[in-house]
Ligand binder design. Structure first.
Ligand SMILES: Cc1ncc(COP(=O)(O)O)c(C=O)c1O
Length: 372
């Protein structure tokens, strides 16, 4: 019995990577392992992703690069995010490739790379419509690549972009295709100027949406973890959920009609019933927004979560005469018996996306490989 544990299925990570590779063909798979592997545990998931066919890794921050670079030094790693000067040193020290889109920053990269005694490997980012990081001017982006090629302290490795609406097919007014067209022109010019340059644009959704977006490599996160990029059922795309969030029944109480459970008395029994207490709550990442709006699997059956989610406890209405005993396993995300609760279901209830559900599982919850 564990108070709260995230079971991580490394076999599912491997299978999901193999599924993505089958879709990608010749193009490389870069596993995005930022934010502790989307909350799944970066160590377990990175090993499994590499075993499943990923040949590159990407993170967002310098501290993530430091951690991954040390452990997986043999695998090319890209730090995708913006870097303040001290973070730049950390990234270079970690041996990570980095992203640049402004001349001033590129000059700083060259200066710091010289101090580190090794050319910095640079991916120039073009903002083709995301309106976030990247240089929106195709000419400037190409000029930055040229500057990398001319500098002894810089090595041009990639040209890349990121899609804003890859996960909204048929609902984005053609914005994805417009981004793809803008970027394709930049990519063609970059390939002509620097043969062998690595061109990449696709996230998980774009891999499934349009082959033309695959280029030389796709940066996939959510699908690696068996979460559906389109917020539907991952199984329909051949993806297997990797994470399950499990707890146990710490106590079972008999309630009379009118008895209430939890802060604010937001739920009261309308009949005699039995109520289970599970010892996990929003301190573990079970969001308070699920109060009176979620279901939990116990003994293979779905039961409603009732009352307000506390920091360390939630309550579940088992119904009159239920024969659930303390010690029974409870599943908040994942499968039990014939039942399953997807992160996508919780996301829908919360008005958010599956990414936020798994990233929100707190550090208090151990991530444990399935077999141990
Ligand atoms: C720049 C960039 N590329 C790729 C990804 C991976 O996207 P996904 O998890 O949708 O596959 C992300 C994730 O947010 C990202 O920020």
């Amino acid at each position: 019995m564990a108070r709260a544990v995230a079971r991580i299925d490394a076999g599912a990570v491997r299978a999901n990577c193999a599924r993505l590779k089958a879709e990608l063909g010749e193009a490389e798979l870069c596993a995005v392992v930022k934010a502790d592997g989307y909350g799944h545990g970066v160590q377990i998931c990175t090993e499994a992703a590499l075993a499943g066919g990923a040949t590159r890794l990407a993170v967002a921050t310098a501290s993530e690069a430091e951690r991954i670079g040390r452990r997986f030094a043999h695998v090319p790693l890209l730090t995708m995010g913006a870097l303040a000067p001290p973070e730049l040193d950390t990234v270079l020290e970690a041996g990570s490739e980095l992203s640049a889109w402004r001349r001033g920053f590129l000059d700083l990269v060259a200066e710091r790379a010289r101090a580190h005694g090794r050319p910095a490997r640079v991916h120039v980012k073009h903002d083709s419509g995301m309106g976030r990081l990247g240089n929106p001017d195709p000419g400037e982006a190409l000029a930055l690549l040229g500057a990398c090629a001319e500098s002894p302290d810089l090595e041009p490795v990639g040209i890349w972009t990121h899609f804003a609406t890859a996960d909204e097919p048929g609902a984005d007014g053609g914005f994805f295709e417009a981004q793809l067209e803008r970027f394709s022109a930049v990519a063609a010019a970059a390939r002509e100027a620097i043969p062998g340059i690595l061109v990449h644009a696709a996230n998980s959704a774009a891999v499934f949406r349009d082959r033309r977006a695959h280029f030389d490599m796709a940066r996939c996160g959510v699908a690696v973890y068996g979460l559906d990029p389109f917020q539907g059922d991952p199984g329909e795309r051949g993806l297997r959920p990797v994470l399950s969030l499990r707890s146990y029944v710490a106590d079972v109480k008999d309630f009379a009609a009118g008895d209430s459970a939890g802060y604010g008395r937001t739920w009261r029994a309308d009949r005699e019933t039995r109520v289970a207490v599970l010892p996990l709550g929003y301190g573990d990442g079970v969001r308070r927004g699920l109060s009176n709006d979620a279901e939990v699997l116990i003994a293979g059956r779905r039961y409603p979560l009732v009352g307000t989610v506390s920091m360390d406890n939630v309550t579940v209405d088992l119904g009159p005469g239920a024969d659930v005993e303390p010690g029974a396993e409870a599943v908040l995300i994942g499968a039990q018996g014939d039942g399953a609760i997807l992160a996508e279901e919780l996301a829908r209830r919360l008005g958010t996306i599956n990414y936020e559900v798994t990233c929100g599982i707190s550090a208090r919850v151990p991530r444990v490989p399935l077999s141990s």
